[in-house]
Each structure stands twice: as structure tokens, then as C-alpha cells.
Design a protein around this ligand. Structure first.
Ligand code: NAD
Length: 442
């Protein structure tokens, strides 16, 4: 690898990036609005401020995170000093999706740069305005050899994947994740795959239904449901269902008014292709609230569905839109029957005042991460690893974890010369007993 950057110069480029992002914040918000009417509040909360906070945290900690870390030496190596060096992988490819097009492109890029890598960043072609502003910002801040933005779609991404990388970080669908993993395998390139899945939201008979409805409406209809960790379907105890539906209707109306199409706080579906996909999911269903659609505006209303058929189109794949199927269960055992129909989800939520039940739910199932009595908010704590498991992905990031993800951790033993214990050297005659005793003692 020819490219090398010292920590101070990485820090300076991140400070410059922070400055440029702050100066262009309004343009970024506008680009997100132009791409799919992302509400201003959501653009600030989930995209620009998120990145500003991440940048500040990285700038503050970069020296500390990059320091070699001393570890306790093994007595087998006595006398030695043992430590871990964090070094960049080299050339990193980052492929981003469209749903949080600024945040999900910039967040991994910041850490990859902080860790000293060269980055090629491929933003989503489905959000062209945001992609253009990302390109403009990156060109203002970085030398080409440090970070390059390649715009384009499937063909450009496939060309990039055909090259050899030292690390690939991909955020997107499970289907494309498999393409990425296959391309990476050719050169044994390590990958992080941040994918999706069907995220269950379990509500038992002890839950505070009013508060649950408020928190579910927020997490589900944020970004018009186009959030990888949005609740995908509700699993509710049968006797609570009609009460819960009433609260949900009230909360949706409170948040977006009687006509959500007129609300400035409700985003649009990204494109007609996805609009058709989602509309066809609603058509055969029992709609209990919402259900309005308008192709011209790529609009789909916040919609609640009474679902009793796991074979329906809606329950076959990740919904990724503002449609929420509500399934009821009689006995607890049915919960696991339903959840285990699907691959391991990216998130799981449980609403319950029964601590034992809540604990059981989060420990019984395998999923990326989640919340008890909330939705989505685990994403915002940088001290929590964010990532999937199984089909919802591999690898996790955020905060220092991201820096560590983009660093190879090199373990070093620095042996002292003042003593050289003979035990390990041949000839081994008469040494086995001493070795056994030593190993027992360790
Ligand atoms: P996508 O997989 O269609 O696209 C992601 C990226 O891959 C884009 O940059 C695109 O250009 C590229 N791409 C698309 N098709 C390709 C192909 N055939 N070959 C090579 N590259 C290709 O995903 P999307 O529609 O942008 O995003 C939605 C999906 O992403 C959902 O499944 C969602 O759950 C998931 N997602 C996951 C996270 C997470 O953090 N785990 C975050 C956001 C979105």
C-alpha cells in the first residue's frame, strides 16, 4: 500500500469536512427533500446532525482510538510487553443505500478515513440530488487519493465490485448483499453487510398500549416506513388488539393529520417501482386504517392491516414502506412460531410491563439489536453496536466500533532479551512434566 496518512492529517481533514457540512447543511436538507420529500426535522435529526455528532466524536477521540493498546502479557512469553496496533486495511469500498442517503454514506466513510484508509464511496443512484451534494462536499474536502465518490447505479457498482479491495462495507438489501459477498469472496476481502429483514414488534397484555402506539407510530412512519429497523409487523395479544388499533389510529392522525398527503412531516415513497410494489401489497388486504395511495406524488398513506395470513404478499418479504400488518396471538407459543418463519431480523421490539416476558423475548430470538418499550432508538446510542446477524447482516459499527471495524488489529509480542527460558526449545527430553505443571498453573 503506497497511501499513508498520519493521524493529525486525518483529523484535520475531518475538521474540514465538519466545517463544510455545517456550511452546506441547508443544501443537504433541500437535496433530501427534493429526492423524496424527506421532512426537514427528520433530515436534521437522522441525517445532518447525526453526521455532525459522529464527526465531532471522531475528531475528539481519533488520537485515543488510534493508540496502540497494551494488553496483559501471557506468562508463556515471559518476559514480554504485548500490545495491539490498529492499522488501516488499505483501499475501502463503501456502497450506500437511498433511504438515509447522506447518513449511511458518510457515517462509515468518516470512520474509514479516521482509521487511515483510502475510500471509494458509491452513493445511491435513487437519490441523485443527495448523491450530487455528497460528491461536491467530498471534492471540496479530500484529495482524490484519500476519498473518491463514484456516482452511478448497478453497472457502476458491479464494475467497482469487480476490482480488488481491502475492505468492503455495504448497506442495502439482502439480495445485493449476496452479490457483494460473492464478489468479496473472490479475493477473500473482508466485508461488513448492513442488510434488512422483517422486524417483529411484540405487544403483550401488560403493555401500556397508548404509549406503545405513540412510539410505534413514530418508529414505523419515520421516513414513510423506509427504515431498515422500522417495525415490520405487530404481534399482539388477541384481547388487546382492538384497543391498540384505536390508539394507533389516534396517534397517526395526531402526527400527520386527517390527510397525511398534506402533512409536511410525512415523506414520499422513493420511486414508482417501489410505489407499485407497496400498493400491490395493500390491494388484497383488510385495510383497517389508511390505505390511500397517489402514484403522481409517490404517496402511500400510513396504513394498518388486519393480517391473519402469513402467506400474504405483505408477510413474504421486508415491507420497507408505511404499511403495518397487525397479527394477533392467543398463546405465547405462537409468537415464536411466527418469528421463526423468517430469517433473523435486523431489529426486534417488545412492549411489555412484564420484565420477565420482555427479557425472555430479547434473549429467545436472534436479531441485530432492538428495544424494550420503544422502537428504533437503539440506533442513536453510539455505544451500542449497530448491525445484523444471519440474513440481516454481518459486522457492526457506530462510534469507536466503526473505527475498530475499519482497522486491522495487529497483535505484537515484544520480547525482552534479559532472560530466555529454555523450556520451549528442543531437545524436549524431560520437559513434558514441567510443561504440564506450568500449563496447569496458568
Ligand atoms: P439495494 O441493495 O437495492 O441498493 C444498495 C446499493 O447497491 C446501491 O448503491 C445500488 O446502486 C447498489 N446495487 C443495487 N443493485 C445492485 C446489483 N445488482 N449489483 C451491484 N450493486 C447493486 O438497497 P436499497 O434499495 O438502496 O436500500 C433498501 C434496503 O437496504 C432495504 O432492504 C433495507 O433494509 C436495507 N438497509 C439496511 C440498513 C442497515 O443499516 N442495515 C440501512 C438502510 C437500508
Amino acid at each position: 500500500m503506497n497511501y499513508k496518512s498520519d493521524i493529525q492529517s486525518r483529523k484535520e481533514s475531518l475538521i474540514k469536512l465538519l466545517d463544510v457540512i455545517i456550511k452546506h447543511e441547508n443544501e443537504i436538507i433541500q437535496a433530501l427533500y427534493d429526492d423524496f420529500k424527506k421532512p426537514k426535522f427528520e433530515a436534521i435529526a437522522t441525517e445532518t446532525s447525526y453526521i455532525i455528532t459522529e464527526l465531532k466524536d471522531t475528531i475528539k477521540n481519533i488520537h485515543n482510538w488510534s493508540k496502540p493498546k497494551r494488553v496483559r502479557p501471557s506468562l508463556l512469553n515471559f518476559p514480554s510487553t504485548d500490545y495491539i496496533i490498529k492499522e488501516p486495511y488499505g483501499k475501502v469500498l463503501i456502497i450506500a443505500p437511498w433511504n438515509y442517503p447522506f447518513q449511511l454514506a458518510l457515517c462509515p466513510m468518516i470512520s474509514a478515513v479516521a482509521a487511515g484508509n483510502q475510500v471509494v464511496l458509491k452513493p445511491s443512484e435513487l437519490t441523485p440530488k443527495t448523491s450530487a451534494i455528497i460528491l461536491e462536499i467530498i471534492e471540496k474536502v479530500f484529495q482524490h487519493e484519500q476519498v473518491t465518490v463514484i456516482e452511478g447505479g448497478v453497472e457502476e457498482t458491479q464494475n467497482l465490485l469487480a476490482q480488488r479491495w481491502d475492505y468492503i462495507f455495504f448497506t442495502g438489501s439482502v439480495a445485493v448483499g449476496k452479490i457483494v459477498a460473492k464478489a468479496a469472496a473472490k479475493h477473500l476481502t473482508p466485508v461488513t453487510l448492513e442488510l434488512g429483514g422483517k422486524n417483529p414488534c411484540i405487544i403483550d397484555e401488560t403493555a401500556n398500549l397508548k404509549l406503545a402506539a405513540k412510539r410505534i407510530v413514530w418508529g414505523k412512519f419515520l421516513n414513510a416506513g423506509q427504515t431498515c429497523i422500522a417495525p415490520d409487523y405487530i404481534l399482539i395479544q388477541k384481547d388487546m388488539k382492538s384497543h391498540f388499533v384505536d390508539f394507533m389510529k389516534k396517534e397517526i392522525t395526531k402526527a400527520f393529520g386527517i390527510n397525511p398527503i398534506d402533512s409536511p412531516d410525512f415523506a414520499r415513497i422513493i420511486n414508482e417501482k417501489n410505489w407499485h410494489r407497496l400498493s400491490s401489497m395493500i390491494e388484497p388486504q383488510k385495510v383497517i386504517f389508511g390505505g390511500d395511495t397517489a402514484i403522481k406524488q409517490c404517496y402511500i398513506a400510513p396504513t394498518l392491516i388486519d393480517e391473519d395470513n402469513l402467506d400474504s404478499l405483505l408477510m413474504k418479504e421486508e415491507i420497507f414502506g408505511p404499511i403495518l400488518p397487525i397479527i394477533s396471538y392467543k398463546e405465547e407459543i405462537e409468537i415464536s412460531k411466527i418469528i421463526s418463519n423468517y430469517e433473523k431480523p435486523l431489529a426486534l421490539y417488545v412492549f411489555s410491563d412484564d420484565k420477565i416476558f420482555a427479557k425472555k423475548m430479547v434473549s429467545t430470538f436472534s436479531f441485530g439489536g432492538g428495544c424494550i418499550n420503544d422502537t428504533v432508538s437503539h440506533f442513536s446510542n453510539k455505544r451500542l453496536p449497530f448491525g445484523g446477524v444471519g440474513h440481516s447482516g454481518m459486522g457492526a459499527y457506530h462510534g469507536q466500533l466503526s473505527f475498530d471495524l475499519f482497522s486491522h488489529h495487529k497483535g505484537i509480542v515484544k520480547k525482552a532479551n534479559w532472560l530466555d527460558i529454555k523450556l520451549r526449545y528442543a531437545p524436549y527430553t524431560n520437559k513434558i512434566e514441567t510443561l504440564k505443571k506450568l500449563l496447569k498453573w496458568l
